[in-house]
Design a protein. Structure first.
Length: 155
């Protein structure tokens, strides 16, 4: 017969209670300093949240405090990336996921516009060439109603 003292007991905290390990507040201070630098010198800052040892509840608290602003972008390239401005202008969340939906990067960018949203030089050159080609032929102008017509979906 088993004795009472031989029974393993484990106490669990309620699921709805977030435990704070203290890493959200220092990140918020770093964001504040980065916003000041951006305002004074135009210097952008990137904070890699995956490199910070968050405990349970820290990431949720940080994202909750930052909130969501009015601008959001969804990119679909080798997985889905969600970029959104927080409730604080100039503070952006950049969340990259692979094709299986697994998070591969989570960053905070303190900048006017996140780097990933800038048009790449190669894409700009390609757009100039494609538009010039369409304008050279009568059929090309008619096909302008569909900007993706003739454009490769893979790059």
């Amino acid at each position: 017969m088993q004795k009472l003292q031989d029974i393993d007991i484990r106490v669990e905290a309620p699921v709805d209670r977030l435990v704070q390990h203290g890493n959200a507040v220092p990140v918020l201070h770093e964001i504040l300093h980065a916003l000041r630098r951006l305002g004074e010198t135009e210097e952008s800052t990137t904070i890699d949240l995956r490199s910070i040892p968050f405990g349970p509840g820290d990431e949720e608290l940080l994202l909750d405090v930052l909130g969501r602003g009015e601008v959001a972008v969804k990119l679909e390239t080798l997985g889905v990336s969600e970029i959104y401005e927080t409730a604080f202008a100039g503070v952006w969340i950049v969340d990259h996921r692979n094709t299986e939906g697994e998070r591969i990067a989570l960053q905070i960018e303190i900048t006017r516009v996140p780097e990933i949203l800038f048009t790449q030089v190669a894409d700009l050159t390609d757009s100039i060439s494609r538009l010039e080609n369409r304008l050279r032929t009568p059929d090309g102008v008619a096909s302008l109603s569909n900007p993706m017509n003739g454009r490769r979906r893979d790059g």
